[in-house]
Design a protein around this ligand. Structure first.
Ligand code: PGA
Length: 249
């Protein structure tokens, strides 16, 4: 059985005052069936992990460098994230791909570094609106999957997030059939590459404008094992009903 995962990506939002949101979530969901993950900005990682300690929340980072250490001013290594209390790192988010010109091979190298350090990775895949309209979605996702996911993963260390770029922060969501099609496709590709037993245990998240109002419908889709949530993860009062919907799915 795959344990459901509700992952909140705070992006470049949040200061010390927002640690109270993690505290509130921990209190509200101390007996959640789902795994709950918050990925705050890097400066909050350590304190977030202190707040979450021995509570129901796991802490993740939003990026890491592909090298272990060295002359890379401003960058942070996977080992540093682990040391700060993270147990996951989100990699290949479309905002990183766009803002920092990250390509599949960069994402793969970062994933290898993260896995070597002992972090779990959430690797993001997603198509542009023009690619969807041109009926190229599965080709794009297949290419990103082949290029971004390293060979040496285990079902425990890898989570894949399908995040259509045009659905991120826009309030637009693909149809239930479109989400199902892509998730089935990702599962099939993972099966081909890693074998049935491994592929069936890897968690697949949907991300892009997940809100309390649409969460239950999305979580009912086969092969959706949770969500990667941006805007609606910033406040416990918004994220909480999404976690509850996942628990009930
Ligand atoms: P959103 O972001 O929920 O604000 O659309 C999702 C994401 O980028 O992970």
């Amino acid at each position: 059985m795959r344990r459901k995962l509700a992952a909140g990506n705070w992006k470049m939002n949040g200061t010390s005052a927002d640690l109270a949101q993690i505290e509130a979530l921990a209190q509200a969901h101390s007996s959640a069936l789902s795994e709950i993950l918050i990925a705050p900005p890097t400066p909050l990682l350590h304190r977030a992990s202190q707040v979450a300690k021995s509570k129901a929340i796991t802490i993740g980072a939003q990026d890491c460098h592909k090298r272990e250490r060295g002359a890379h001013t401003g960058d942070v290594s996977a080992e540093m994230l682990l040391d700060a209390g993270a147990s996951y790192v989100i990699l290949g988010h479309s905002e990183r791909r766009a803002d920092h010109d990250e390509h599949d091979e960069d994402v793969r190298a970062k994933a290898r570094a993260a896995l070597a350090a002992g972090l779990r990775v959430i690797i993001c895949l997603g198509e542009e609106l023009e690619e969807r309209e041109a009926d190229n979605t599965l080709d794009i996702i297949g290419g990103q999957l082949a290029g971004s996911i390293p060979d040496d993963i285990s079902s425990d260390s890898l989570v894949v997030a399908y995040e259509p770029i045009w659905a991120i922060g826009t309030g637009k969501v693909p149809s239930i059939a479109q989400i199902g099609e892509v998730h089935d496709f990702i599962r099939a590709r993972l099966e081909k590459r890693f074998g049935h037993a491994t592929a069936k245990a890897i968690r697949l998240l949907y991300g892009g404008s997940v809100k309390p109002a649409n969460a239950a419908e999305i979580f009912a889709v086969e092969n959706v094992d949770g969500a990667l949530v941006g805007g609606a993860s910033l406040k416990a009062e918004d994220f909480s009903p999404i976690i509850a919907a996942l628990d009930e799915s």
